[in-house]
Design a protein around this ligand. Structure first.
Ligand SMILES: Cc1ncc(COP(=O)(O)O)c(C=O)c1O
Length: 403
């Protein structure tokens, strides 16, 4: 008998952690498969269908035989739609050569890290932050430096905390406004101060603006690149169609920025995925060119849901839920529940609390710890009002059973 081959995985994987919420997600899935009625608020995608007029464009592209390789970094029609969008929505002037289209914003981000990060480089990451940033940084040999944003500051990045975290190894600052998971939108004064710090220390900014359109109560996300020319030349903007147009499965994201970085990303992409899907590009070009007409009703629905879920969660003793400025998540503080017991078992941390909510309330929430915060949980309100209300009732009822 031959001995089984032993694989030795690459060193770069040593710091990649399996997602701590994987086990929770697997249990939630298993329970659903067993026919248990689980309400899942853990997702990061809009619940709306992709608008039909957008889908029709893709269907027509297939009929027209637009199903072959395209230019690696995206078709001109899509790049031009993106260029016009930047001018129209953010008063930012780019040309098609400053844009590269990839297979989702996540893919854009990964390739930007590939293009910029050397082993040991520090990447400044305000937290709470989307879970994929640290692992993408690790995979590219970088060191994420976490800068905690306080709930008392509305989870907005405090410019003094940013400056205090900077060392000679600091190379990149990640901004994500509106933020996943907190919804925080960085205000005008703060972004200007952050801009000064960026220029003073020669940082490169990656501005992840994927939730750009989802902002409430007059909160207007301001791209740091729009403040002045020097900051535009220091910034790579990442955006995409997933959240605004409910097109998560189409996998179209893009980056805009200084030509040398965009060219580097294009080169990396030419040796990895090649072009993003041709038919998705056609649909995305149409969606972006058509502006906000499909998105406006979605924003109205999010606005209504956000009020409802925040007020219902705040009625639950032990939970306090701040009103998010943007995105489609609430990030309630659950410290009032930690240490309480269910049937004699104390719930000592946010993971145990998430298990409790799954078992007893039959709702899936995401523990805040992987986002860098262990006193909060993330709940998506990209679900119908009815489902949100049922979920909040179940949470309240489950909490009433705690000792
Ligand atoms: C902050 C943030 N950036 C990027 C992405 C990825 O978006 P895409 O679907 O375009 O890859 C997500 C998705 O959840 C996100 O929350």
């Amino acid at each position: 008998m031959t001995t089984p081959h032993k694989f030795v995985l690459a060193n770069r994987l040593s710091r990649l952690k399996p997602s701590p919420t994987l086990q929770l997600a697997a249990r939630s899935r298993e329970m659903k498969e067993q026919g248990i009625d689980i309400l899942d608020f853990s997702g990061g995608e809009p619940d709306f269908r992709t608008p039909d007029d957008i889908s029709e464009v893709a269907i027509q592209a297939i009929r027209d035989g637009f199903t072959k390789y395209t230019a690696v970094g995206g078709i001109l029609e899509l790049k031009n739609a993106i260029v016009n969008k930047f001018q129209r929505d953010q008063n930012l002037s780019y040309t098609s050569k400053d844009i590269v289209v990839s297979c989702g914003a996540k893919h854009s981000l990964f390739q930007i890290f590939q293009a910029l990060v050397n082993p040991g480089d520090h990447v400044l990451l305000p937290t709470p932050a989307w879970v994929s940033y640290p692992d993408q940084i690790f995979l590219n040999g970088g060191e994420p430096i976490f800068i905690p944003c306080r709930e008392a500051d509305g989870f907005r990045l405090n410019p003094d905390a940013l400056e205090a975290a900077i060392t000679p190894r600091s190379k990149i600052l990640i901004l994500n406004s509106p933020n996943n998971p907190t919804g925080a939108v960085i205000g005008k004064k703060e972004i200007e101060r952050i801009g000064e710090i960026v220029l003073k220390h020669g940082l490169t900014v990656i501005s992840d603006e994927i939730y750009e359109k989802i902002a409430f109560d007059g909160h207007q996300p301001i791209s740091i690149a729009s403040l002045d020319k020097e900051l535009k030349d220091s910034t790579i903007i990442v955006n995409g169609v997933s959240k605004t147009y409910s097109m998560t499965g189409w996998r179209i994201g893009y980056a805009a920025g200084p030509r040398e970085i965009i060219t580097a990303v294009d080169n990396i992409q030419s040796q990895t995925t090649s072009n993003p899907t041709s038919i998705s590009q056609k649909a995305a070009a149409y969606a972006i060119a058509s502006g906000d007409k499909d998105f406006r009703p979605m924003l109205e629905a999010y606005t209504q849901r956000r009020f409802r879920i925040v007020s219902m969660l705040n009625e639950v003793p032990g939970i306090s839920c701040p009103m998010p400025d943007g995105a489609f998540y609430v990030f309630p503080n659950i410290s009032g529940l930690l240490g309480r017991s269910y049937r004699g078992h104390p719930l000592l941390n946010v993971f145990e609390l998430a298990e409790f909510f799954l078992d007893v309330a039959r709702v899936t929430l995401v523990p805040g710890a992987p986002f860098g915060n262990d006193h909060h949980m993330r709940m998506s309100f990209a679900a119908s009002l009815n489902v949100l209300e049922t979920g909040a009732h179940r949470i309240k009822e489950a909490v009433s059973r705690l000792d």
